[in-house]
Design a protein around this ligand. Sequence first.
Ligand code: SAH
Ligand code: SF4
Ligand code: F3S
Length: 439
Amino acid sequence: MKKLYIKTYGCQMNVYDSERMAEALGGQGYTQVTAPEDADMILLNTCHIREKAAEKVYSEIGRLKPLKSANPDLKIGVAGCVAQAEGEEIMARAPSVDLVVGPQSYHRLPAMEEAVQAGQKALDTDFPEEDKFEHLKSRPKAKRAPTAFLTVQEGCDKFCAFCVVPYTRGAEVSRPVAQILTEAQDLVERGVREITLLGQNVNAYHGAGEGGDWSLAQLIRRLARVDGLERIRFTTSHPNDMDDDLIAAHGDCDKLMPYLHLPVQAGSDKILKAMNRKHTADSYIRLIERIRAARPDLLLSGDFIVGFPGETDADFEDTMSLIREVNYGQAYSFKYSTRPGTPAAERDQVDEDVKSERLAKLQSLLKDQQIAAQDAMVGRDVTVLLEKPGRLEGQMVGKSEYLHAVHMPGEGAQVGDLVRARVVESAPNSLAAVPLHRL
Ligand code: SAH
Ligand code: SF4
Ligand code: F3S
């Protein structure tokens, strides 16, 4: 058996893709290992979203290079969004790299692996015509973790002025309903009880199904009928693609969890326009009101960018006001990072120290909201899907319906069990609970 080590950066779609690549190379006789020193093939599945993310790849390649002197048969490959954006440059800059493969070409990995074994270099950053998912279809039967990702949509047509995704992942494509149902069924047979549907723009999903194209809400309602599948989540959404049925599903589809990641990026209409977001602060706030009317206990999460070109103190204050008005249970926030080839990279930039100052203020407000939301859970009952044993003897950890990390005494419960539990304590990043009964 040859040994494969994959290191995954970036978003959940990369996590999903790494699993598919491991399966594809499994067909070439590879098993996965957890240390790069043991590997015959190392794949870095990379992210290009911010400058720091992309730089990590080159330093990692530098760190791995000595392993090639220890094992002359070792092959190093770069996959993911940096591979797509800078494939040729990687090959030129890093001679230790044997293989570069973009996200739309993973089904071609087995052939590329054979080429590198024959001593060639392999580079594929095409956007092929053929259906990648159809070719990647393998049906492993081994038992697996109770939660899984399932990519249903890929790429993006929105072209936010800061973002590389439309370039690295290509145009928006939805997988057909039948293909998704088969994959979901397989996952459930392998012990999966919670599926997170993935897409860069997942709520723009419009896959071919019976009677025409299905919306994400239709897909979720169909998946909710799969026996043994207990929980459904989806990420990441764009505010403009939250249709009425998807909002309603948050209220009437029991298996759809009360957690929504709905990035707004900024609270100033001037900046939102410059970002090409095509929504206003007010339209976003009204949308949140409608979703909360359907599901009052929804935990809302978001993404924010500070220091986008042209952002003044007043614009930044608009973002702070929006955060105060919406009140987030959880959020991600970033300093704007110039990305080559995107429209905003050409504009006048905000000073780095201004960005840092704004980010600190914004993160402090978001942190306060997150802690308040967590503290408000104490005394409430939640349902926890157990994912693994905890750090302490007999302890189990899992996720609440709101995606809080929860730990509790196991009392004989197993990984994959759903346990009703009472929250007794709130720590900054987790909740402690006592089990009430198993469901
Ligand atoms: N498809 C998703 C997420 C895309 S990337 C969406 O549309 O929301 C995840 C997050 O990274 C974005 O929501 C944004 O907040 C952030 N991001 C993207 N490009 C960035 C850049 N150039 N600089 C800083 N943050 C960025
Ligand atoms: Fe990027 Fe999301 Fe905007 Fe698409 S919608 S361009 S993925 S931030
Ligand atoms: Fe990064 Fe590509 Fe995901 S740029 S965030 S890995 S889509």
